[in-house]
Design a protein around this ligand. Structure first.
Ligand SMILES: [Zn+2]
Length: 456
């Protein structure tokens, strides 16, 4: 076992408070002089949506401030909200079925097999394993697998034969895994490592169930992608941290780990996948040095974040200028897709129901019949978009605009598209001469938006 280098800071926990905890020091390194990058206002919790026709009543709102730690280069939210508020019991799983997400898990299985030289006999454990979709890929390759999942999706996974422990990931769950399945060769955590408070505890629990030569693979939204493509709409209270590779390296080192492979992946508008192992147990691939060099070459992060903050304000003004002309001329506009990020955009850009008449969601969405958080903009079935043919469709999942527009057009939407970020623009209806073979299913999948709802 490699020696742990430093003690890590212990922040007060928000879980169980029924409220929130202010981040007064860096979640990774403990530094207290955090820079304020951006303040998006007080945002409502994205998953507490009120039924349509219910009179609005008192509702909590939480400050959404992005902070930067100059010591370890971590981007982080200035407030941690009790997960019981962010993930109410009735908050169901929404499957992420965009093309990018569908392709990501098989690709992760292939890449890790290749890089780690897996034979198919090694135990793979997935944290926040949901219905077992990622593990299914490893099981198909012969691996014994085990998931840890706090929601009832664990039952669905078990029904399909993916052994899954119904629990939050904590010390007990890690011990449970070891007791039942042994210690893991590979531990995966996709879209969860930036979401949970107490990240140092989480790493220690992972180490407790990982073999000495084991590897921990994480996928998280990437701080550089946030800045490059102005994805301020991914800032909401489920996302506690925005990692650069430099910040991840810092975090890993505090636990005797090192990054052995790193690269960008396209999920969630731009994520980072990092393989980590105990120091000295694995060959460090050149990708780590290359990516760190790229981050450095992009310039000092504090300057880039200051520029990011100015560009966010400018994009809001540009969006309003665009909409002033279009809506002022009488155009009607519906939103397409209600992922969590749509709530940040709508609230920060101050779109109300006079500007955005409704937001359409795929048939069967639990969000239909509710108001968008903090507004009286109703979420309705997507059939309304095709029946009413508004002049404009605002793409709230704008990061997959290229995937969405041809599908909506193929299903018969004739209007133009407003792409709100990174540069607000109006896009004419695409040519749909080359229609897809099963446009209905594909468009329904795509309009569901990214898997921002994944609790893991
Ligand atoms: Zn720090």
């Amino acid at each position: 076992m490699t020696a742990v280098h430093r003690p890590w800071p212990s922040l007060p926990h928000a879980a169980g408070t029924g409220g929130s905890v202010v981040v007064d020091r860096c979640q990774v390194c403990g530094a207290k002089d955090l820079d304020s990058v951006l303040f998006l206002g007080y945002l409502p919790p994205v998953n507490q949506m009120r039924p349509v026709r219910q009179r609005p009543h008192e509702q909590p709102a939480y400050p959404a401030e992005l902070l930067h730690c100059r010591r370890c280069q971590l981007g982080q939210l200035g407030l941690i909200v009790d997960p019981a508020i962010l993930f109410p019991a009735y908050y169901p799983y929404t499957s992420g079925t965009t093309r990018i997400l569908r392709e990501n898990f098989p690709e992760l299985q292939r890449e890790s097999t290749d890089i780690l030289g897996l034979s198919g006999s090694e135990l793979v454990v997935d944290i926040g394993s949901n219905d077992g979709t990622l593990l299914e890929n490893f099981r198909a390759a012969g691996h014994p697998v085990c998931g840890v999942e706090p929601t009832l999706m664990a039952n669905r996974a078990n029904e399909r034969g993916i052994r899954t422990i119904l629990s939050f990931f904590n010390g007990e769950a890690a011990a449970h895994v070891v007791r039942e399945c042994g210690r893991a060769h590979v531990v995966t955590a996709t879209n969860v490592f930036a979401h949970v408070e107490g990240v140092h505890d989480m790493v220690e629990h992972i180490l407790a169930m990982m073999r000495e030569d084991g590897v921990f693979v994480s996928e998280s939204h990437y701080l550089m992608a946030l800045v490059e493509t102005l994805q301020y709409d991914t800032i909401y209270h489920e996302h506690l941290r925005y990692y650069s590779l430099e910040s991840l390296v810092h975090l890993l080192e505090m636990h005797g780990l090192e990054a052995v492979h790193a690269r960008r992946i396209p999920t969630h508008g731009g994520s980072i996948r990092v393989y980590a192992a105990r120091q000295g147990t694995r060959t460090v691939l050149p990708t780590v040095r290359q990516m760190l060099a790229e981050e450095k070459a992009a310039g000092p992060l504090d300057g880039r974040l200051a520029d990011f903050s100015r560009r966010v304000v400018r994009s809001k003004l540009q969006l309003h200028a665009l909409l002033r002309d279009l809506l002022g001329a009488g155009a009607r506009m519906y939103g397409v897709g209600a992922p969590s990020r749509a709530s940040t955009l709508i609230n920060y850009a101050a779109l109300d129901r006079g500007m955005l008449e409704c937001v359409v969601e795929v048939t069967g969405s639990y969000k239909a019949g509710k108001y968008m958080p903090g507004t009286m903009i109703p979420v309705v079935d997507e059939a309304k978009l095709f029946a009413d043919q508004p002049e404009l469709a605002l793409l709230l999942s704008w990061h997959i605009a290229g995937e969405l527009m041809p599908k909506l057009a193929a299903r018969g939407f004739n209007g133009r598209y407003v792409v709100p970020l990174p540069e607000p623009q109006v896009v004419p209806a695409p040519d749909v001469g080359d229609r897809m073979t099963t446009p209905g299913r594909e468009a329904a999948d795509a309009s569901r938006g990214p898997n921002d709802g994944k609790q893991a």
